[in-house]
Design a protein. Structure first.
Ligand SMILES: CC(C)(COP(=O)(O)OP(=O)(O)OC[C@H]1O[C@@H](n2cnc3c(N)ncnc32)[C@H](O)[C@@H]1OP(=O)(O)O)[C@@H](O)C(=O)NCCC(=O)NCCS
Length: 292
């Protein structure tokens, strides 16, 4: 059991501790330092409903955390060596929000989280899940040429164009604004050299892949990938992802990691990643609790 608990931190204050835990435990846990930073910074604070973080610490440093990512959703990461903390995290979640319906998820390789959720009455929602895919970067394929487009890394100062590329690929309602992307680019472990785009002859960014390299584990997380609708099915998402992964390997990365949907409602991204060599592994489980 951890002998010290730090409570009530903001997401900004807690990021270094959250990174330290996830860096040590990825990919056995769902969280990765890049995932934490993306979740924290993909939109401006005023466009999100981020709540507090609870960090669990023992004599050797942080060993787990729970974050009220919104009033109805908990992001979390608990060292499997401290299963009691999973129960503490769930109790903290339930005590930190007044919402009557709350949700969270865990990966197959985090059974201690599933046990804690079931003990608190959560039940699985079978409709949506994600599958963790990995790729040994020693086996990385060459980057294919896509006629009419060039691939390159994003440069500092290009937040506006980069954010527009993301919005155009995802949806008009995306919260990825220029200001948000500027903050994201200043958040470790972001590196512009691992954030790649495909550009047209006119220089417009039309596809993108951001890779987050964790130096401790050597795991390079792909999050997110997108291609504008009018440029799809030309191999751009595949090519830009491979280019970003090559940059990650050159920077010391050993394993690629990506987590597309695994259910039948949205299979296309998984096809992109398996098409460039990623292989599927454990899946997530979403759980819900309805309370009076
Ligand atoms: C998913 C997405 C990134 C694919 O971009 P893309 O540039 O069209 O992908 P590619 O051309 O590299 O596709 C590679 C392969 O993936 C599969 N694929 C991609 N899109 C597909 C679709 N709509 N239907 C079926 N298969 C598809 C195909 O096997 C394709 O190879 P093929 O065209 O030779 O058959 C793009 O549709 C997108 O931006 N979607 C919205 C954002 C998103 O979902 N991002 C990924 C989240 S994990």
């Amino acid at each position: 059991m951890a002998d010290r608990v730090v409570t009530g931190e903001t997401i900004d204050a807690a990021l270094p501790a959250m990174h330290a835990v996830t860096s040590r435990l990825t990919p056995v846990v769902w969280q990765h330092p890049g995932q934490v930073s993306w979740s924290a910074r993909y939109a401006l604070p005023e466009d999100l409903q981020h709540g507090p973080v609870r960090v669990f610490t023992d004599a050797g440093g942080p060993v787990g955390w729970a974050w009220l990512e919104s009033p109805t959703w908990m992001e979390w990461c608990v060292d499997p060596a401290y299963p009691d903390l999973a129960h503490e995290a769930v109790a903290w979640f339930l005590g930190s929000t007044t919402e009557s319906t709350v949700r969270t998820s865990y990966l197959d390789t985090e059974p201690h989280l599933g046990t804690a959720l079931e003990a608190a009455g959560f039940v699985e929602e079978p409709d949506v899940w994600f599958v963790q895919h990995t790729l040994d970067l020693a086996d990385l394929r060459p980057v294919p040429d896509v006629p009419g487009y060039a691939l390159r890394a994003v440069r500092q100062g290009e937040a506006e164009a980069r954010a527009a590329c993301h919005r155009g690929s995802w949806s008009a309602t995306s919260k990825v604004t220029t200001g948000a992307y500027e903050r994201l680019m200043a958040t470790p472990p972001y590196r512009a050299g691992l954030d790649w785009v495909a550009v047209t002859a006119e220089g417009e960014m039309v596809a993108s892949c951001c890779v987050w390299l964790d130096d401790v584990s050597g795991i390079a997380l792909v999050e997110p990938v997108g291609c504008r609708p009018e440029h799809r099915r030309r191999g751009l998402a595949s090519a830009v992802s491979l280019a970003a992964l090559h940059a990650a390997r050159d920077a010391g990365g050993r394993t690629g990691l990506v987590r597309p949907r695994g259910d039948d409602d949205y299979p296309e991204p998984g096809r992109v990643y398996r098409g460039i060599g990623f292989r599927p592994g454990p899946r997530t489980h979403d759980l819900v609790l309805h309370r009076a």
